[in-house]
Design a protein around this ligand. Structure first.
Ligand SMILES: [Zn+2]
Length: 309
């Protein structure tokens, strides 16, 4: 399986357009050892011909152009090697990019029933994906049920996908009365991708690390996990108000029961933080926090990172 990290940042990207936190300011000044990152986005493939996007970020148009394997072939006017999209949630960061794929290119979209309903019901803008019959072919993901990813014409990828409820909630803009009609287990997913040669776990948003996940993750070749915040009160300290990391659906890296501690006994996979918020001190490669994650065996995802297994 080939994995291309097209974007590694949390919502807003790094730097964020309206942010002058310590990291964003120093990145613009060129005084931090780090690099800009676009909003979290993966592309996966087994043959480098047929690709599946994992989520559809607001930066997707630029991210596709940045990776020639996703460009159309030159022998056909309309073509894309992108055959499907797998969504982990209905958050803006994860799903807005679907609107950027609206140019009548048929595509398969895998999502829970709750995520599909949040995007397609009560949401006139997303009807641009329904201008033609079968423009978007929805495939239902059910937590705990393994499905093989297939392209829009039914061509098999050889990739099995098992969704896992991550414990996160519905996006903040969803009215309570709407969320009460939806299954909370379908709000935010972690995804296990397996191919005959390798496997990967992808959890871009998880409020905690559940012990029942550890056995499956330990046997993977790679783990890409929620690296949004270093500390529980990071956003409150940065901007003077706001929610804690866990209240926002993100296990902090540090602290008791933080991500580093929770995965300390998991030695099998390459452990990589992704969905990194621009306020996170690990983005500074000279920081003690960056040195701490490296000492604990973790890597930090960056735009253009590739994994093969
Ligand atoms: Zn910032």
């Amino acid at each position: 399986m080939h994995v291309r990290v097209l974007g590694a940042a949390a919502g807003g990207g790094f730097p964020q357009w309206n942010c002058s936190c310590c990291n964003c300011r120093r990145l613009r000044q060129g005084t931090i050892r780090s690099q800009a990152r676009s909003q979290a986005q993966l592309a996966i493939s087994t043959d480098r011909q047929q690709w599946f996007l994992v989520n559809a970020s607001p930066d997707l148009r630029y991210q596709i152009e940045s990776f020639p394997s996703l460009h159309p072939c030159t022998t056909s006017l309309r073509h894309s090697p992108i055959d499907g999209v797998v969504l982990t949630s209905a958050e803006v960061d994860a799903a807005l990019g679907l609107l950027l794929l609206r140019e009548s290119q048929p595509i398969a979209v895998y999502a829970t029933d709750a995520v599909r309903r949040l995007l397609m019901e009560d949401n006139d803008l997303f009807r641009v994906l329904q201008r033609q019959q079968d423009q978007v072919r929805w495939h239902r993901l059910v937590p705990g049920e393994t499905t093989e990813l297939k392209g829009v014409a039914g061509s098999p990828s050889g990739i099995r996908c098992t969704p896992i409820s991550s414990g996160g909630g519905f996006p903040g803009h969803v009215p309570v009365e709407k969320s009460e009609t939806l299954d909370p287990a379908e709000a935010v997913l972690g995804l296990l991708f397996e191919h005959e040669d390798g496997s990967m776990a992808f959890f871009p948003g998880a409020p905690s690390v559940r012990t029942e996940w550890l056995q499956a993750i330990a046997s993977c070749d790679a783990l890409l996990f929620d690296g949004t915040f270093w500390s529980e009160d990071e956003l409150i300290r940065t901007q003077g108000h706001g929610k804690t990391a866990r209240q926002m659906g993100h296990s902090p890296m540090s602290g008791a029961d933080g991500t580093l501690e929770s995965f300390a006994g998991v030695q099998g996979p390459r452990k990589i933080f992704i969905h990194i918020n621009n306020t996170n001190p690990v983005l500074d490669e000279d920081s003690p926090e960056f040195k701490q994650i490296r000492a604990a065996g973790w890597e930090l995802a960056f735009d253009g990172m590739e994994l093969s297994f």
